[in-house]
Design a protein around this ligand. Sequence first.
Ligand code: FAD
Length: 513
Amino acid sequence: YKEVRLILGDQLNANHSWFKTKRDDVLYIIAELHQEMHYTRHHIQKIMCFFAAMERFASALSQAGHQVLHLTLDDTQEFTQLNELIAHCVIEHQADRFSYQLPDEYRLRRQLEQLTLSGAEIRRYDSEHFMLGFEELGDYFQADTHHTMEQFYRKMRRRFDILMDQGKPLGRQWNFDKENRNKLKAEDIKALPAPLCFDNDVKAIAERLARHQIKTIGKGGPRLLWPVTRKQALQLLEHFCNHLLPLFGTFQDAMTCHSDAQWSLYHSRLSFALNAKILHPMQVINAAIEAYHESEGRITLAQVEGFVRQILGWREYVRGIYWLNMPKYGHSNALEAHQALPEFFWSGKTKMNCLQHTIGQSLDYGYAHHIQRLMITGNFCLLLGVDPDQVDAWYLGIYVDAIEWVEMPNTRGMSQFADGGIIATKPYCAGGNYVNKMSDYCKHCHYKVSEKTSSSSCPMNSLYWHFMDRHREKFGNNHRIGMIYRNWDKQSDEARQAVLDRAQWCIDNIESL
Ligand code: FAD
């Protein structure tokens, strides 16, 4: 072969310009790497998703007439590092050129930059996935600077002319959040559509993982419900547009542990297919907008706008924040949080129903929706003051869609405020009241959400005030939070102390909660 081209596990983009022409002198390599098994402890379904999707992508490419080498963990076991494997393949196939698509993860990008090959030229290509090209990110983002997602999103709407009407936002409003965000009532729970789950055979992958003693978390195998081919991803997208989009925004923030409820509510569960680049963001946005136009009013603008904002707005935004701030971002700890992540994050064994349910679901499916991630597990870590390194490691492992460029700004930035306000202007923190407003978790909980100081009081309540109190210097002058401190100050010293004492007890006895 003249050229060896590397395809990473999250670069399964069949529309990449690489594949426009068939060339006998180009060898594509798709490899299961041992180094990728160990940078954090992954959910077993996450590894299965990637490995199964890589395998299917390799076989689709070869059916289309490309030369492809698919290497399993068995084939790559003597190479602890990606670069050793590349050097080996280039020599073995006598290639005089090695090409790769720029990785989206800082760690892998640096690693590949350090690659040296004697006698072979190295070429880099764009992954052709995101709405914004990598070199454009600097036009939208600056390092160490707060950028408002909403402003960025409006620029993106204008630039790509999405949901626009003669230069103005369709419906004369950029954002319909006020109409969204309802709680699920009993009749809503009954009406939840069943999630579309696939039945992929991943027995051989499960056996490989066992053979190589890969340590994983969560439940999984021998069947995998996540989409791993383009066809399945498109089916899931269609299912979303037909059955879930009509109420996507309405119940976007709702949570439930009702035994009749479906686990993914009205969420799309497209994040793995998007992050592995099986689907292009524009393809997903177009499908949703087309469904909206064809729905004859069944899908409202508020629903489709809410969905488009997640992909055109949030997804592209966190990527910009990540790249302009790495590698410093990965060490940020603005609130100097140093507590250990509670053990129950790995088992779900806690009497706090919201955490038990969210962690349990994450272990079962490698999935939790945004508000579960932000306001249940994330909020709890924030209130407790867990070291962001440990929070990041947990999030990076547990979700099928977890890739650092999107996981880290969401976790360290949005959820833990460890970036000191690059993403959020104030921490996303809440006590039990918020959880009670958006879910039925508190109704079935061991703890009482209406209490703050008793031994049966919801730990989130006292931890919330402990958090506010210990970070007063940081947030006291923030006009968006001032009111909260004024309410706190109105209470007697004894009343405040009782709340702080209960919080301290919770912190000291965290594993027994
Ligand atoms: P839907 O609710 O159906 O949303 C549609 C799509 O919008 C998603 O598939 C996703 O591509 C995009 N999206 C929505 N919110 C965000 C966001 N905040 N940032 C980026 N894209 C978004 N998302 C990941 O893809 N990988 C992660 O590792 C990840 N870690 C997170 C960690 C924390 C602490 C938080 C608060 C959020 C995290 N998110 C992450 C964002 C979001 O929670 C997931 O994208 C979403 O839950 C995936 O489920 P879905 O496909 O059903 O999403």
